[in-house]
Design a protein around this ligand. Structure first.
Ligand code: DC
Length: 224
């Protein structure tokens, strides 16, 4: 079990996916799980201010993460929602579910069940700090706010969208504040995590640094 925690747009998904491939592990994108239940809550018109209703949505959602050529395919109740879960509407509403302890309990149970079945690279905000505190290697991946915003902007541009850099900086800073102050499952860097600052590193360099660290701690797994 390897965990990768860190703030929004630090590059966690990209490196966690590549690290998983290198190690022959499954990649667990927990952000996609929070996105999928948010999508479902919006889709079925749930009362977004009613904790019990949101917990009910999480409980009834059947979320599948299927490995695909170019990453993961996300299914919610059998429907492919890989694209829909990345809309601004979903992103803006996630906190309503992610801040809700009853929702987190359901998803954490789901994540741990996954962890009992597979060797995982589990990525999110709380994977090393709360969900898998005894993981063999726990990474915390960060980058400077401006750099994370620039990466987010490049992503947006690649999909044809655009926004002024200052606006993206503001949005990323807002998500940081939410992720760090969440009453449960808040983003926390712990002393037993391996800290990587990717501000001046390429994706390849981050993945290589992680593979080297895993090899050091789990000699049988880190070899190519
Ligand atoms: O990594 P991402 O942007 O897809 O995550 C979407 C949101 O889900 C993020 O803003 C916070 C929430 N999240 C969480 O609360 N706990 C996790 N383990 C993963 C994501």
């Amino acid at each position: 079990m390897i965990t990768v925690d860190g703030p929004a747009a630090a590059g966690k998904s990209t490196v966690a996916r590549r690290l998983a491939r290198r190690l022959g592990f499954r990649y667990l994108d927990t952000g996609a799980m929070y996105r999928a239940v948010t999508w479902k809550a919006l889709e079925c018109g749930a009362d977004m201010d009613d904790p019990a209703a949101l917990a009910g949505v999480a409980q009834s959602a059947h979320i599948e993460l299927q490995p695909a050529e170019d990453g993961l395919r996300i299914l919610c109740d059998g429907r492919d929602v890989t694209t829909e879960i990345r809309t601004a509407e979903v992103t803006e509403n996630i906190y309503r579910l992610a801040d809700e302890p009853a929702v987190r309990r359901v998803l954490i149970e789901h994540q741990r069940r996954f962890g009992r079945r597979y060797d995982l690279v589990a990525e999110g905000r709380d994977q090393g700090s709360e969900v898998f505190p005894r993981a063999e290697v726990k990474f915390y991946l960060d980058a400077a706010l401006e750099e994370r915003a620039a990466r987010r902007l490049a992503d947006l541009r690649s999909t044809g969208a655009a926004a002024p850099l200052e606006e993206v900086v503001r949005q990323v800073a807002e998500r940081d504040a939410r992720d760090r102050s969440r009453p449960v499952g808040a983003l926390r860097k712990r002393d037993d995590m391996v800290f990587l600052d990717s501000t001046h590193m390429t994706v390849d360099e981050v993945v290589e640094a992680m593979v080297a660290e895993v090899a050091r701690r789990r000699p049988a797994q880190g070899r190519d």
